[in-house]
Design a protein around this ligand. Structure first.
Ligand code: ADP
Ligand code: MG
Length: 529
């Protein structure tokens, strides 16, 4: 059968044409986020179908929100999302570097270099660069960790707030750091609209906007055992549409009694296994509430599932569905519990061995509170990474420029056409300082020249001061970035670029909207009467 018949309903673009279209898609994508790069980058206003708005400076947010159809653009967005997951930052850089790599590759193809040769050169360049990253890195002290978190937040909020959030992120990461690990998911965020965002704060312990269910229940200053119920202590409410065949007057009463007995047994078991603090996902009815208060068991109810999971991890407790079947092994441990008024809302705060911390995010509008939350999450991610692995690289384009310079030198020793591919890769990496400069109102080419000559004379730590446009030592200025971010953006961008270079055929399925038979019949029948 001829190829054409098999691919009848498929639109096909192949060879150079395919590459050209894919490179165009990558450049268009990078064009959408490039202007947000760096501390002087501008914001984007995103508007969705329903008219909802979001102002952001975050590359990956722009891309993940945009409705992108092109498969290659989707591949690059996925590299950026991976960057966000792995390193929490560097998402715009990844997209920009990848697009520049492809732009440069396209030029080489025009000069007759085969895409496979370019891919090989790019892979070689990546390996060399990763080796240099370790050489360029420094071990961070405490102040530098804070500076690195500030760098990752720069350009997202106003300067004072960036500094404040950086401090909060570091504080939260230190609270949850245990046994060489800091798991950012153990930090709870409570959002409060009203007040100023600078009033946002971090509390040690898990805070929930909850009040104990009975005023007679006492707070516990000391340690105790906690039971988590993934359900409630309630009588089942006979629903109106439930089928009940009530055949005698006493039947409803008997049903209630049986239910009461059930609740009583649940409470009895909770007391017997030695629980001091009870937390339920669902409700606790009046009868159980009084019984629990009499037994001195502090109780909170209607706690969301994700908060229950957090409590389970912090206290090392099991989630139990049926309180009657809970055992002493299901109990977790806490250090203390108290209630505190914050912003007019009562908060229950629990301290446990494996820490747990809470950010109370404040802001005058819900948009601002959401932005505080997003920035804190980014800052926290970076702070946690740095506690686990305190290794930094000089930012402000210093590292990218230093690597590009080294690679150009290395390329001279590489025989064959891979040599120009390595140079093209180096140029792509250097687009970071170039765009940082142009986004700040300086000439990209002049700035690169200044930077290269300063690095030659003073050393690899020189980056761009984006206020003056001059080259300065990034380590002294405290513009520092975790090694993980740069490493991941170099590998992510190169790997995405190589996968795009490998494509030489795009087969687009031409999908006609097919209407299922039964729907077809309904449509035909519609309006027939
Ligand atoms: P990304 O999504 O890639 O993290 P950003 O918009 O956060 O993009 O910009 C990150 C870049 O900005 C990094 O190259 C970083 O070194 C640089 N940068 C951050 N703060 C400064 C600063 N104060 N001066 C110069 N460059 C900075
Ligand atoms: Mg960033």
């Amino acid at each position: 059968m001829a190829e054409e018949t098999i691919l009848e309903s498929t639109e096909r673009t192949s060879g150079r044409d395919a590459l050209r279209k894919n490179v165009q898609a990558a450049i268009a994508l990078s064009g959408a986020v490039r202007s947000t790069l760096g501390p002087k980058g501008l914001d984007k206003l995103l508007v969705d179908d329903a008219g909802g708005t979001l102002v952001t400076n975050d590359g990956v947010t722009v891309l993940e929100t945009a409705r992108v159809e092109h498969p290659v653009a989707k591949m690059i967005i996925s590299a950026s999302s991976t960057q966000d997951k792995v390193a929490k930052d560097g998402t715009t850089s990844t997209v920009v570097i990848c697009a520049e790599m492809l732009r440069n590759a396209w030029q080489l193809v025009g000069q007759g270099v085969h895409p496979a040769t370019i891919s090989r050169g790019y892979a070689q360049a990546e390996q060399l660069a990763l080796g240099y990253l370790d050489e360029l890195s420094i071990t961070a002290n405490k102040d530098q960790v804070l500076s690195a978190v500030e760098t990752s937040l720069s350009g997202k909020l106003d300067r004072a707030m960036e500094k404040h959030l950086a401090k909060l992120s570091v504080a939260a990461s230190e609270i949850i750091f245990s046994e060489g690990r800091a798991d950012a998911t153990t930090v709870k965020i409570i959002k409060q609209t009203g007040g100023n965002m600078t009033e946002s704060k971090v509390i040690k312990g898990l805070a929930l906007a909850k009040t104990r269910i009975h005023p007679e229940m006492k707070e516990r200053g000391g340690p105790g055992k906690i039971l988590l119920i993934d359900g409630g202590l309630e009588k089942r409410q006979p629903k109106l549409d439930a089928k009940f065949n009530i055949t005698s007057a006493g039947m409803m009463e008997a049903f209630r009694k049986a239910e009461s007995k059930e609740v009583l047994e649940q409470v009895r078991n909770i007391v017997e296994i030695g629980c001091d603090l009870l937390v339920c996902k669902e409700g606790v009815d009046d009868e159980a509430r009084q019984l629990l208060a009499n037994e001195g068991i502090l109780t909170y109810r209607r706690v969301e599932r994700k908060d229950l999971d957090l409590l389970a991890r912090s206290c090392n407790a099991n989630l139990v569905i049926d309180a009657k079947k809970a055992t002493a092994e299901d109990l977790g441990e806490f250090e203390s519990t108290r209630e505190e008024l914050s912003g007019g809302v009562n908060h229950w705060i629990l301290n446990a061995e494996i820490g747990g911390a809470t950010l109370i995010a404040k802001g005058s509008t819900s948009d601002i509170v959401n932005e505080v939350e997003r920035c804190f999450e980014d800052g926290l991610g970076v702070a946690c990474q740095l506690l686990e692995n305190p290794v930094l690289l000089p930012g402000a384009g210093a590292t990218q420029s230093a690597i590009a310079r080294r690679l150009r030198r290395d390329a001279e020793g590489v025989p064959g056409r891979e040599q120009i591919a390595i140079e093209a890769w180096a140029d792509a990496l250097e687009s970071i300082p170039r765009f940082l400069a142009s986004n700040s109102g300086f000439d990209g080419v002049d700035s690169i020249l200044k930077l290269t000559s300063a690095q030659n004379q003073e050393g690899d730590t020189y980056g761009l001061n984006l206020t003056t446009g001059e080259a300065e030592c990034s380590v002294k200025r405290g513009v520092l970035e975790p090694l993980t971010i740069t490493k991941q953006s170099i590998s992510g961008a190169t790997e995405a670029a190589i996968s795009v270079l490998r494509i030489d055929d795009i087969l687009w399925a031409q999908m006609e909207a097919e209407i299922p038979d039964d729907v077809q019949q309904q449509i035909q029948g519609f309006g027939a009467e």
